[in-house]
Unconditional design. Structure first.
Length: 175
């Protein structure tokens, strides 16, 4: 069990009743569950070392949602990138959303909102200028979710995905 900084119990109603979902930091032992969800719910797969490097470098914003039986039912992971500012010689930090997914039986319960809220709070502590992400232009559910967090589409990345689909590049200024 982690400290208050690492865990947060969020009371959601899952489909079978009133089971609490725990939002907490991912650990090495949880990676298998995260990878399983990624492979089931998203067409983009990553090698194990990629997850491990996010876990090692950005642990505070690599969060999972766990059901009452201890199963991972959702995750979110970010990385922080240093990039040159467009309007000055400064180097700025961007929080880049790497991936988010919730398994089908647990959707529309507010789990993604909880994962986003908590992880964005954590990533802000690294003094970032903006949050950025790519999303498939057909991914209505995710686009809706990001708009709720004040992300707006800044440009289109053509043929961004391996199957040729375009992505919206969405940005949200960190306040
Ligand atoms: C997108 C996804 C992560 C949302 O997870 P979720 O836990 O169901 O989302 P939440 O319950 O927190 O919903 C938050 C908001 O997202 C939007 N949203 C979520 N699912 C939606 C849907 N099917 N249709 C329209 N809007 C939707 C709504 O605005 C919703 O707010 P509301 O419930 O108050 O209307 C989930 O559908 C998923 O895992 N999809 C597959 C993986 C994926 O596409 N990841 C994003 C890659 S960029």
């Amino acid at each position: 069990m982690g400290t208050d900084k690492e865990t947060r119990t969020v009371n959601f109603n899952d489909n079978s009743g009133n089971n609490p979902i725990l939002i907490r930091r991912c650990t090495l032992e949880d990676l298998e569950g995260v990878i399983e969800i990624n492979e089931k719910e998203l067409p983009e797969d990553y090698p194990y070392f990629f997850y491990k490097s996010i876990l090692d470098n950005f642990n505070e914003s690599f969060l999972i949602a766990v059901d009452i039986n201890g199963n991972v039912v959702g995750y979110i992971m970010w990385r922080v990138e240093k990039v040159p500012a467009i309007d000055s010689l400064k180097i700025i930090n961007k929080g880049h959303l790497v991936s988010i997914a919730v398994i089908k039986g647990f959707r529309r319960l507010g789990i993604s909102k909880a994962l986003l809220t908590k992880s964005m709070e954590e990533i802000k502590k690294r003094v970032i200028d903006e949050f950025v992400l790519e999303v498939r232009v057909s991914n209505y559910a995710a686009i809706n979710l990001y708009k709720k967090y004040n992300f707006s589409s800044q440009s289109i990345k053509y043929k961004y995905y391996r199957d040729g689909e375009n992505a919206y590049f969405m940005v949200c200024k960190a306040k």
